[in-house]
Every structure is written in C-alpha cells, then in structure tokens.
Ligand binder design. Sequence first.
Ligand code: PMP
Length: 383
Amino acid sequence: MKDINFDHLVNLQPFLAMEIFAKASELEKQGREIIHLEFGEPDFQTPAVISKAAIQAINDAQTKYTHTQGIDSFRAAVAKIYQEKYGVNISTSRILTSSGSSILLYIAIRLLVPPGDELLFTDPSYACYKNLAYIAGVVPKTVPLRLEDGFQLDMDLLKKSITPKTKAILINSPANPTGVVFSKETYKALAELEIPIISDEIYTDLIYEGDKYSMLNFTDRCVVLNGLSKYYAMTGWRLGYFIIDEKWVKTASFLNQNLMISASEFVQKAGAAALMESESECFKMSLEFDERRKFVLKRLKEIGLDPQYNPTAAFYIFLKYPNQNVKSLDLAKDILEKANVAMTPGIDFGQGGEGFIRLSYANSMENLDKALSNLEQYFKTYG
Ligand code: PMP
C-alpha cells in the first residue's frame, strides 16, 4: 500500500502549549523544577459534592447512554442557572448536552456553516477555532483584536470582514487568551447582525470586574456554548452543553447522536450536582483566582512587564514582551530553559498573537510568586 501523506489535514496545527509542556516534562525528568503557567486548567480539585454524586450514580448503575440532549435533571439545572445568573428564561428543550464543549463547538460549526463557507472569529483566539473550522471543511476568517483597543472587538472592522459567505460569527467573551470581557455595546451590535453568533461562554462565571452577560440577553438566534470544565474545576469529566434556537435542535441532535450518542449518565448526574450544589465552593475558587490575578498584575507592573490593558476574567494575561525581534515560540522555549517557567507562545492563538506570551494564573500563589521572581531575573538578564 502507498504511504498516506495526510495532505488533506495539512492545515491542522498542534497546540504549541503541548509542545512547551512536553519540553517542560523532559526537563522535570532531568530533575528540574518547572512552574506550569501554560495551561488553562484550574489547579483546584473538583468539589467533593460533585464527585460524591458521580460515585453515587455509578453505584446506582447509572452508567448508560442517555437522551442525546441530556438527562432531565442536568438540563433543568442549566435552565435554572441561566435564569438565576442572566435572568433569561430558556426551555430545557433548547439545551443539548455532550462530552465537553469542544465537541459542541464542532457541532455548532457544522450546524451553521456549510463546507466551503466562512466562519468569522477573532485573532487572537482559542487555538481550536481555526483547527475546528478546517476539520469541518469551512474557511476560517479572522478579525483582529488589538492591544491598543484593550482587546475589545472593533465592530467596524468586524463588519468589514463579513462577506456573503460568512455563515456564523464565533466570539469568546471572556476571551482566551486575553481574559477580556466584551462590552455590552458589542453584544448588542453583534445581536443586530443578520448572521448567527456562536458565543463561547465557558469563562463567564470567572468575571472579576464589571457586569456579565450571555448572548441570550440580546438574541435567541445564537448558539450559547458553555461547559463545566473551568468554573467547576471539571476539565477531565468532559461535560458541556449549548443552548440554541428551538428550530435548530432537531438537526443539532442528529449531529450529537452520530458523533457522541450522549454524554455519560453518571457525569451528567455529577454535573447536575455541580450546578445545584457546588456554587459556594466554586465561588470561593473564583475569589482565589481574582486574588492571584491582582497579585500577578501588581508584580508584572513592578518588574516592568505591565500588560497595558485590564484582564478582568478567566485566568489569563496576554503579555506583550519587550524584545519584539524574538518570536513568541522561541521566547517561550528560552524562558522555560533559563527561568523554569512554562508559558504559552502567543502565536498559538493566531498571527495576531505573535509578540505576546500567555500567562495562566491557574496555579498557587506560592508558585506564581516564584514564577514572577524568575521572570524578573530572566528579563533583567536577557531583556
Ligand atoms: N472554549 C475555550 C475558549 C476554551 O479555552 C476551552 C478549553 N481550553 C474550551 C472551549 C473547551 O473546553 P472543554 O472541552 O473542556 O469544555
């Protein structure tokens, strides 16, 4: 048989965060102590009430497939949360549950954008967006987010990027990698467009300053994507959901049935417990993230690395580094090698991320303190 060359997947790119992590692991094997600030994963353990609900469900033999949209108690919990947090009244028939928001993102793209048409999203943005567009056979188009705008979306620029082929606009507020929340005016302006919005709201529970919105506050013609990975510290459980227009549910369900059948039953039980019973514990974790955010911002300013914008959410700071002649991947590798700190090169998030490096403060205060001292030393020595 002839070798397969995988030309059809040539555009797919690996996560550079993973490359940095692999290098960090090598160094750790050699006995080096590395501080990991490259991943967007809470360092906290999943709250016990959630794990207990899963164990109980397993013991009760709730280990089967479920309705493809998810079990009633989980969907009822989602509807309740959206009522409480955003004041929107959504029917549980509009909710589709699956194994993590990543697969739902893919489903949302397949649902709204025919192959060959365009998906519009920001640059920089979460590394998956471009890759998922390629996997779905749609054309990724980007609109820049600029540091001088505080990484807010410039609606004029966005409108200029729309073509007759633009079938969906994918936004992420609060955003990975910047930690910026879009303004209310931006949500409103997006809702006024004739194009459906896919709104990735996975970080909305981690907003530390200002108001919080869901796209559902402004329009129903959207896919609101959310998941339990971040706020509930459940990355490995793989549980997410989206809320969509009633008329889109049937086709979205076909996609989920074929791709995933359903999310696992006991994980959904745990998810229902997370949404209904873990709020106080999760809120405490978010307060801790906020403490770390303030601490890191203060220290960055002290050591001459002021990010020059205000990251108010998630657990990311996107730093423009001093020597713009160095590529972000080279810098990330060099910092890892010389300062024992792992961070994600900005290029991972698109061309617009070149010249930046992403720091995730999902790590202990002690480790953050150490990392910042190491960074101070590094930039003093190497510029
Ligand atoms: N959206 C964004 C912006 C993310 O940062 C992530 C995870 N890093 C996801 C979606 C996917 O999360 P999950 O599949 O764990 O729900």
